[in-house]
Design a protein around this ligand. Structure first.
Ligand code: SF4
Ligand code: FES
Length: 263
């Protein structure tokens, strides 16, 4: 929670009837997370500029729907967030994300740390509802320290923004339009191993799903003892408001045995 003196007492709005203070320039989502109010989101990160693409954070503001991550907080706004209608809409968006890619949670190293999975549990999504697309996208293991599986990419562009705005490298970009759009790697061969990405880059640690994974640390934390195994994503607003990337920089030991250096 931010210090009280940061706030002008006139700068207050409401979310589901609860008073939420805000600092000038904050978005509704930033103010909500700072105040400990959870608004579901996927493409937001506190260290990156808002993007407004996943639409999970859609709330009703004075009767009209809008993205909480891009809408500025203003005094007196009446925001609805945790309503059956908005949560049904969020569940449908999650179902669409699940069928567009390959999100087979039991076979994914990110299980228990994945925000897509955690949101699906939180919103009580019980089935994918729509037909699976079964996409066949690139799996790129060419980088010595980082694994990329585009079948799990939800195109939130967090890695794109982190690489461009924090790392100053522009390793990742989105190419194509609509259903044809996909993440591409900016390198001569289009492969990650040929790019400027370093394992310490923010872009290597910001992915909310299992599309970008660090090699040689898989299952270090056992399933069942991971972040969202401990408590639901909706109860982790403090982490979501303040998380800093890189979340866990990897110290690569050059003296490690050769077999440990393989994917
Ligand atoms: S690889 Fe991860 S961070 Fe990058 S766009 Fe896809 S889901 Fe988002
Ligand atoms: S978090 Fe607002 S649109 Fe994705």
């Amino acid at each position: 929670m931010s210090e009280k003196h940061d706030y002008d007492p006139a700068n207050v709005f409401s979310i589901d009837g609860r008073r939420v203070p805000f600092k000038a320039g904050q978005t509704i989502l930033q103010a909500a997370l700072d105040a400990g109010v959870y608004i579901p989101h996927l493409c937001h990160h506190p260290d990156l500029k808002p993007h407004g693409s996943c639409k999970l954070c859609t709330v009703t503001v004075n009767g009209r729907n809008g993205s909480a991550c891009t809408a500025k907080a203003l005094a007196g706004l009446e925001v609805e967030n945790d309503t059956p209608a908005l949560n049904d809409r969020r569940s449908m968006l999650l179902q669409m994300l699940f069928v567009e890619g390959d999100h087979f949670c039991p076979g994914c190293e990110k299980s228990g740390n994945c925000q897509l999975q955690a949101l699906a549990y939180d919103l009580e999504m019980v089935s994918p509802h729509f037909k699976h697309f079964f996409p066949k996208r690139l799996v790129d293991a060419t980088h010595p320290d980082v694994w990329l599986d585009l079948n799990r990419c939800i195109m939130c562009e967090l890695c794109v923004r982190a690489s461009r705005d924090i790392d100053g490298k522009a390793v990742f970009m989105l190419a194509g339009r609509g259903a044809e759009s996909q993440l591409v790697v900016n390198s001569p061969s289009g492969k990650l191993g040929d790019s400027a990405l370093s394992v310490d880059d923010a872009a290597a640690h910001v992915c909310p799903v299992g599309a970008i994974l660090i090699k040689r640390v898989g299952y270090e934390v056992p399933i069942g003892q991971r972040q969202f195994d401990a408590s639901t994503i909706g109860h982790q607003v403090d982490y979501l408001a303040r998380r800093h990337i890189p979340i866990k920089p990897l110290a690569v030991d050059p003296s490690a045995p050769a077999k440990m250096k393989e994917a």
